[in-house]
Design a protein around this ligand. Structure first.
Ligand code: GLY
Length: 270
């Protein structure tokens, strides 16, 4: 069984220079993931550790690069799922923690729950050994480039698929405490024994269409290229939104598609 990983840095308004820079960071993240997979490590580890690098880079809308909500606060969301067991864990509106994807994994592995929110998510993180830190708002972020959620899907040598998302949410006017699709299993991310998918864009559009689950379901019958194209066509038709999606199946086949200006992504196979 061959291992593989695909990562994206968010669908958005990237210019060529920023896209190149993003791709270089995504390459580094994918290398971390593929190194884990080559050694026989799990797809969950590959997804978590590669997303950690993106969260720490400060270059994407997640972790240290998260955008602010309209009350000036940073609240982040993340979710992770193991396709084999269908276990998942998420945090939403978590504050002052730089690696929400790792807290999401703790929710999955240490609790019987799927989603913990707001100050309770931060409290849960601290109880599980995460340090709190002030994440400085990146006010200039939007003027440099506009991106969104990061996501990753990996398959390990046992053929187990994992998927994860991490985001600072959508920039701009919104009600503080609003949560998009990124930490919602089935909407922003989903994996089963055959495939895993992660989405990026206006989270509400992926919640309304339960798009990640839908994409994974239809990937059994359709070529992956058709799956991602039809997913974003439906999003546009039903919600008027643009976005992006990546999908990877057990054989290591993949597809990536976006209807925004750009979506940097990287795929690596062992
Ligand atoms: N995709 C990020 C969000 O809607 O919050």
């Amino acid at each position: 069984m061959k291992a593989a990983i695909i990562l994206h840095g968010g669908a958005g308004d990237w210019n060529e220079y920023n896209q190149d820079k993003a791709k270089k960071i995504l390459e580094k993240a994918a290398n971390i993931g593929i190194k884990i997979l080559k050694k026989g490590g799990s797809s969950l580890d590959a997804v978590e550790k590669s997303i950690n690098l993106l969260e720490d880079s400060g270059y994407f809308d997640c972790g240290l690069g998260s955008v602010t909500q309209n009350d000036g606060k940073i609240r982040m969301d993340a979710g992770i799922m193991d396709g084999f067991s269908l276990k998942c864990g998420s945090v939403a509106a978590i504050e002052n923690i730089k690696n929400p994807i790792s807290v999401a994994r703790k929710v999955m592995e240490k609790t019987n729950h799927c989603l913990i929110v707001s100050k309770y998510a931060t409290k849960f993180a601290v109880q599980n050994g995460f340090k709190t830190m002030k994440i400085r708002p990146k006010q200039a972020f939007k003027s440099e480039h506009s991106s969104d959620t990061v996501g990753a899907v990996a398959v390990d040598m046992k053929g187990r698929i994992a998927v994860g998302n991490s985001t600072g949410g959508v920039y701009g006017k919104m009600i503080p405490g609003r949560v998009g699709g990124s930490p919602i299993a089935g909407a922003g991310f989903y994996a089963n024994e055959y495939a895993g998918a992660a989405t990026t864009g206006v989270g509400e559009s992926f919640i309304r269409t339960v798009m990640s689950k839908h994409a994974v379901d239809i990937s059994k019958e359709k070529p992956l290229k058709n799956v991602v194209e039809s997913a974003l066509r439906t999003i546009k038709q039903k919600t008027g939104c643009n976005g992006g999606i990546i999908i990877l199946n057990k054989k290591g086949n993949f597809a990536a598609h976006y209807t925004t200006k750009a979506m940097p992504w990287v795929y690596k196979k062992e």
